[in-house]
Design a protein around this ligand. Structure first.
Ligand code: 4AD
Length: 466
């Protein structure tokens, strides 16, 4: 086979060498009849390709053919790398390809629902161009999502999903190194796993059933089955009613469950080491991706401490109080107070990543362990990035009687989870764990404003397609 080079790898070291690339014709510009410029894009990286009529190499016919290509067509280009004196605008690679051969592999229709260049512009670029009198199309979110396969071709989107892949990979790598085993729990279950109304109901061979809102019940049963420490990466379903920037109806859950030897802080220790090492690794290894995202959606790198800050819920309430924000000391925080607290914590401790623990029991799910010293509180925690929740976790109730009682008082039909409760009757380990929303981690790490940006094909209360 012939040797192919990726556009991302084209650089000055290849000067005067012949390369063969495959990509999409992002822009096509003819200059008279003797020259044409193509910007070729592959996986979000772009290079300028130049056709100049040259006897025996490039004919006038070939320039005409290139100029008539439709945008987004897939083309093969063979040419010689040259290094222009001036920086190249409108392409990521700072070299040019002097084209010798050109072949169209797959033609795109002439008018596309989204112009990728328009879709890739930052707000600042759009404003600047508009001030200069240029006519630009602002691509709104619905148009993007309706044509997601095109929208995903922008450099920022290519980078977002590479980072998402890294988060999943680092999660798996870290937990395997901590002696966890990866499990796969069923998504079709008889009753709601988290309680509440946000559950998709369905019929399972004549029996009522639902889509799992989390692997909660089964990851705990895996602990009762002596696996010690388990994790799962898989889809979870929430029949959300609210249409917000951070709620999806299907998302990817990163879940952990583990035996606890002495204290629920052991679970928070895992969160701390897992996420600090994950952030370090992304910062070191995903510079290109972070830059690509920042070019379209400028953001400040996340500020976090080598050892993650832990505050109790009561300390959080106190910080809010000192800033004049009164909240119910035994109630939950709403999105607004969570954000406010995030700001205050940042001002006081210099971190945008922290753990808030010992939540009031009343605002936690039925399986949460009450505090031994004060049952109005619980051995539970949430974790925040830039003032928004990415994780919730806790020690679990492992005494079957208390568990049944807690489920009932939370309005759960105990019959639908009887096999779960029974699994605690044969000697249940002390245990706890946590659940992470993958899309939220990537959204907040990159300070993006909408969870739909970090979901490949988002499902929300108004969207089931594409
Ligand atoms: O807070 P949640 O509902 O907790 C659980 O599912 C527990 N079983 C976890 C545990 O092990 N105790 O969900 C966990 C995380 C949230 O912190 C959030 O990041 C994300 O999942 N999440 C959502 N992400 C997108 N859309 C939604 N509708 C989400 N609901 C929760």
């Amino acid at each position: 086979g012939r040797k192919w080079t990726e556009v991302a790898d084209l650089n000055e070291e290849l000067k005067d060498q012949v390369v063969l690339i495959r990509g999409r014709a992002q822009t096509i510009r003819a200059v008279g009849k003797k020259m044409a410029f193509l910007v070729v894009r592959e996986k979000g990286f772009t290079v300028q390709c130049v056709l100049t009529v040259t006897p025996d190499v490039v004919s006038g016919q070939m320039v005409k053919y290139a100029a008539a290509l439709s945008k987004e067509s897939i083309i093969d280009v063979e040419g010689v790398i040259s290094v222009p004196k001036d920086p190249i605008k409108g392409a990521s690679q700072q070299v040019e390809v002097q084209v010798r051969k050109l072949y169209c592999v797959s033609k795109a229709i002439p008018i596309l629902p989204i112009n990728i260049e328009d879709a890739a512009r930052s707000d600042a670029e759009i404003e600047k161009a508009e001030q200069a009198g240029e006519k630009l199309v602002r691509v709104n979110q619905d148009t993007r999502l309706n044509n997601r396969f095109l929208d995903l071709r922008t450099p920022a989107n290519q980078a977002i999903f590479r980072i998402q892949c890294q988060v999943g990979m680092l999660f798996r790598q870290f937990l395997l190194s901590e002696g966890c085993i990866e499990i796969h729990t069923p998504k079709l279950i008889p009753g709601s796993s988290e309680g509440g109304s946000a559950v998709f109901k369905l019929e399972y061979k004549g029996q009522p059933a639902c889509l799992a809102q989390s692997p909660q019940l089964h990851k705990q049963m895996a602990i009762c089955a002596d696996f010690g420490r388990v994790f799962e990466i898989g889809p979870v379903f929430r029949a959300e009613d609210s249409f917000t920037h951070r709620h999806l109806c299907e998302f990817v859950g990163l879940d952990v469950e583990m035996e606890i030897k002495e204290h629920y802080s052991e679970v928070m220790d895992v969160v701390d080491r897992l996420f600090v090492s994950m952030f370090d690794s992304i910062n070191q290894n995903c510079k290109k991706e972070l830059d690509a995202i920042g070019r379209q959606y400028p953001f400040e790198p996340l500020k976090y401490l080598p050892k993650t800050l832990r505050l109790t819920f009561e300390e959080g309430i106190q910080i809010l109080k000192e800033a004049g924000v009164e909240v119910d000391p035994l109630g939950d925080l709403n999105t607004e107070t969570e954000r406010k607290l995030g700001q205050l914590v940042f001002e006081k401790y210099g971190t945008e990543f922290y753990i808030l623990h010992r939540y009031p029991l009343a605002v936690r799910p039925f399986y949460t362990m009450p505090c031994y010293d004060n049952p109005a509180y619980s051995n539970s925690f949430d974790v925040f990035i830039r003032g928004e929740e990415i994780i919730s976790g806790a020690q679990r109730v492992h005494a079957p009687e208390l568990l049944a009682q807690r489920a009932e008082s939370c309005g759960i039909d105990v019959r639908t989870i009887s096999t779960y409760i029974d699994s605690f009757r044969c000697g249940a380990p002390i245990h706890g764990g946590f659940g992470v929303g993958l899309e939220r981690v990537v959204m907040l790490y990159c300070a993006l404003n909408n969870v739909r940006k970090t979901s490949l094909f988002p499902r929300d209360p108004q969207r089931l397609a594409p």
